[in-house]
Design a protein around this ligand. Structure first.
Ligand SMILES: CC(C)(COP(=O)(O)OP(=O)(O)OC[C@H]1O[C@@H](n2cnc3c(N)ncnc32)[C@H](O)[C@@H]1OP(=O)(O)O)[C@@H](O)C(=O)NCCC(=O)NCCS
Length: 287
């Protein structure tokens, strides 16, 4: 891992603090800040407050968890290990299970050239497109099936499971998604395999998005239906999102990889590990 780059981590910290504020209420609980998503937004999490001064204690974490339970929010926490190095042990002592995800930054010079491989087609969603709401539903359904089948293995779940998972957006959720896209705060990508008409894996098999704050973009939610894995779908989605972000002025594109296997895939696309993103949830519920 390269030496800790203080300016890079400060920039990431401002991003993490800023990006949820678009669609969240914010409560400060000691040195932690709790982002509370509206019903139309995603569930959010707590993280160390910017320039809090003091370090979060196990008691601070317990206080946030109580508040999260009271309001029906997930007991979720996220932080960057290099910025808050003591929090890992503190979080574990407070009963949280912590995923240490490789935090990776794109080196645009290391991106592979656009592949001639025509086996995957990717399109970026436009908020002006009449199919936007339907496309967002598909993105969410593919992500739901993809993340239910964690890891990188193939499996039987495919188009039928995707279609069964389609869930209409509320009017508020649709408006929020449209506004985020129109303001350049988010972009979504859908991927299909170029297969003969009538093939079992028709329609969208992979999806992903990035969220943006200022000139920093984070690629999130990349997922492929298990039946379509290991055919280059996630590579194509990630590369298309990264290129779109750069073409739209992002100066820093980054992501957190769910595992070392996934990190290897991103490394081949030009992402370099710079640190560790910690993503925590309870080991057991607080009585
Ligand atoms: C992680 C995930 C998105 C990968 O999706 P995928 O479409 O299978 O990924 P790709 O096919 O693009 O790449 C995976 C591997 O297959 C290889 N591959 C690509 N095309 C291939 C082909 N035609 N034949 C064989 N292997 C191929 C890639 O080289 C890559 O290998 P590598 O990791 O050694 O580089 C998918 O497994 C998934 O949805 N997992 C659950 C959700 C998740 O963890 N998402 C990531 C969040 S960070």
């Amino acid at each position: 891992m390269p030496q800790v780059d203080a300016a890079l981590f400060a920039r990431l910290e401002r991003f993490y603090d800023g990006v949820p504020r678009f669609a969240a209420r914010v409560e400060n609980v000691g040195p932690l800040v709790l982002f509370i998503g509206s019903n139309d937004a995603y569930p959010l999490y707590a993280r160390p407050a910017l320039e809090a001064g003091e370090k979060p204690s196990a008691a601070d974490i317990t206080a946030v968890r109580r508040r999260q339970r009271d309001i029906g929010a997930p007991e979720a926490f996220e932080w960057v290990h290099e910025t808050s190095p003591d929090l890992l042990a503190v979080a574990r002592s407070a009963g949280l299970s912590v995923l240490e995800a490789p935090l990776m930054v794109l080196d645009p010079d290391a991106m592979p050239p656009i592949a001639d491989d025509e086996s995957v087609s990717v399109r970026l969603l436009s908020p002006d497109d009449p199919s936007f709401a339907g496309d967002v539903m598909v993105r969410q359904a593919v992500a739901a099936i993809g993340f239910t089948h964690a890891g990188t293995g193939t499996g039987a779940a495919g188009a039928a499971e995707r279609d069964a998972a389609l869930t209409p957006l509320s009017a508020g959720a649709e408006a929020l998604q449209r506004r985020r896209a129109a303001e350049g705060r988010a972009a979504s990508a859908l991927a299909e395999l170029r297969e003969p008409p009538g093939a079992a894996l028709s329609g969208v098999v992979g999806s992903g998005m990035y969220q943006r704050e200022g000139d920093v973009a984070e690629i999130v939610g990349v997922a492929t239906l298990p039946a379509a894995r290991h055919r280059g779908v996630a590579r194509a989605v990630t590369a298309a999102l990264a290129r779109h972000a750069l073409e739209h002025g992002a100066g820093l594109v980054f992501l957190s990889a769910a595992s070392a296997d996934v990190a290897a895939m991103y490394a081949r696309l030009g992402f370099r590990r710079v640190g560790t993103a910690c993503i925590a949830e309870p080991e057991v519920a607080v009585p």
